[in-house]
Every structure is written in structure tokens, then in C-alpha cells.
Ligand binder design. Structure first.
Ligand SMILES: Nc1nc2c(c(=O)[nH]1)N[C@H]1C(S)=C(S)[C@@H](COP(=O)(O)O)O[C@H]1N2
Ligand SMILES: [Mo]
Length: 251
């Protein structure tokens, strides 16, 4: 009996130290450090992805639409290329889709408008402290990506825009989960009218689980990449690189 007890306590003791040892090991592992001591951004990213990859952002009724949806950031790209497209009603404008795809594509505005569309009434939240509910119509990004066919290494979509701030082009990026999300569309219409120049004509991103600055206007090119390191200063977007905004702006 006493022998059994002794053996038991030895076993218990061993188990206990294994737990302590294991915890200490975990505490010093890079994964633990990233999870617990990493930025709030990373926690929010991991939590979001854990809770629901495809959870939908709330959609609203026509009656809930904001009577006034303000513009923000650039409202008139000053590149001569863009100006020329604007003067010709974007008739010769094309969206490029390239990078890590099997078949790089170029889509005219009329080609995009002829594709199956999605319309959604959603709330836009800007970090500067304002929100507005608007109706967006466009083509799902997943539709374009399935036409171009992603290569296995594809992880990010980089949106290159026509505008700049003091010579620095606007660009943004999203991961594959957001790219393939059903509410992620490239919108060419807003509130039942063609997208105005102020709101990003001819085409702007709506990625409804993200804050305002991710909603890239004046999208000219979508580049599929495996990393963000080679884009801009490496943080994935204009505001991320220049001002230190979080790359992951999930809401
Ligand atoms: N190309 C481009 N996209 C952009 C911006 C910009 O300056 N340039 N501003 C961002 C910010 S901070 C917000 S809040 C929204 C504003 O969109 P809106 O002008 O349609 O209201 O666009 C986002 N997308
Ligand atoms: Mo914003």
C-alpha cells in the first residue's frame, strides 16, 4: 500500500512538473509571445479568423440609408492617365488582375457591369469617427479571381489605386479570406447611381468587415502576392506604411 502511494505521488509529481515545464516552454515560444504579448492587431486578427471566416457584415434597409454620405481622403486623382479616362467616361479604362494567377486578366468597365452583380446596403466606418450607410453594387472579387485562377502561393490581394498623397500612390491589401468573402465587391455603383469620382469612380473596393481606409477607391490594378514585404514599405497599405495604422482593420 505504502509502495503504491509512493508510486502515485511520484507519478503525480512527474505530471505536475511536466505541466510546469510545458507551460514554461510555451511561455518562451515565439507563438506564445506573439499571441499574448503581440500587438492587439494580431489578437484581433486571430480572434476574427477563429470566430467566423465568413461571418457577414450587417446589411440594412433602404430606409436606413444615410441621406448624406460624405467623401473622404482623395476625391480627385490628379494623374494625367486618370484624367484622360475620366474625360472619356472610362470607356478605355481597364482593371488589371495579375501577379500570382494562372491567367492575368484585364476587364473593361462594361465587362464588369455585364457580370453577375451583388447589391448590399452596409455601414462604412471611418477611423476619423464618422459612419454612413450606403448601397453598393458591383462584381464579387471572387468572380474575377476565379476567372484569373489563383496560384497555390497566393495569399494577398494588393489594390493599386490611381491617386496619390504628395506623390505616394494609394494602395491597400487584404488577405484571401476577405478576398473570397461574399460581401467583398468591386463597386461601380452607389445609391443606385454610377459611382461618382469623389467616391472612387470607376471602381472601388467594398470589403465590409473592414474599416474605411481599406475601402480602396480608384482601383486600377489588383496584384496577387504571397507576401506584403515587397509592397511599399512592407506593411501592406498607404496608411499602414505612412501613419502606422493597423493592416488588419477588422470590424
Ligand atoms: N484610393 C483611395 N482610396 C481611399 C481613400 C483615398 O484617399 N484614396 N481614403 C480612404 C478612407 S480613409 C475612407 S474613410 C474612404 C472614404 O470613402 P468615400 O470617399 O467614398 O466616403 O475611402 C478610403 N479609400
Ligand atoms: Mo477613413
Amino acid at each position: 500500500m505504502s509502495r503504491l502511494l509512493t508510486r502515485r505521488s511520484v507519478l503525480t509529481g512527474l505530471g505536475f512538473s511536466a505541466i510546469i515545464g510545458g507551460t514554461a516552454g510555451l511561455a518562451f515560444s515565439p507563438a506564445f509571445r506573439d499571441l499574448i504579448l503581440g500587438s492587439g492587431e494580431k489578437l484581433s486578427y486571430q480572434t476574427h479568423r477563429l470566430i467566423g471566416r465568413n461571418a457577414l457584415a450587417p446589411e440594412f434597409t433602404e430606409a436606413q440609408m444615410s441621406p448624406d454620405f460624405r467623401t473622404n481622403g482623395n476625391t480627385m486623382p490628379n494623374s494625367s492617365d486618370y484624367q484622360r479616362h475620366m474625360e472619356t467616361g472610362f470607356a478605355n479604362w481597364q482593371l488589371q488582375v495579375d501577379g500570382l494567377v494562372v491567367s492575368p486578366k484585364a476587364f473593361s468597365l462594361s465587362a464588369l457591369q455585364a457580370m453577375p452583380s451583388r447589391t448590399q446596403i452596409t455601414r462604412h466606418d471611418c477611423v476619423e469617427g464618422w459612419s454612413a450607410i450606403g448601397k453598393w453594387k458591383g462584381v464579387q472579387l471572387s468572380t474575377l479571381l476565379s476567372q484569373a485562377t489563383l496560384l497555390p502561393a497566393a495569399r494577398y490581394m494588393v489594390l493599386h489605386c490611381a491617386d496619390d498623397f504628395g506623390g505616394e500612390s494609394y494602395y491597400e491589401s487584404i488577405d484571401l479570406v476577405d478576398a473570397l468573402h461574399p460581401q467583398t465587391i468591386l463597386a461601380y455603383a452607389m445609391n443606385d447611381a454610377p459611382l461618382t469620382v469623389g467616391h472612387g469612380a470607376p471602381l472601388r473596393l467594398r470589403v465590409e468587415r473592414q474599416l474605411g481606409y481599406k475601402q480602396a477607391k480608384y482601383v486600377m490594378r489588383i496584384e496577387v502576392t504571397s507576401t506584403l514585404a515587397s509592397i511599399g514599405l512592407g506593411k501592406g497599405g498607404y496608411w499602414e506604411d505612412q501613419i502606422g495604422y493597423d493592416w488588419y482593420a477588422g470590424i
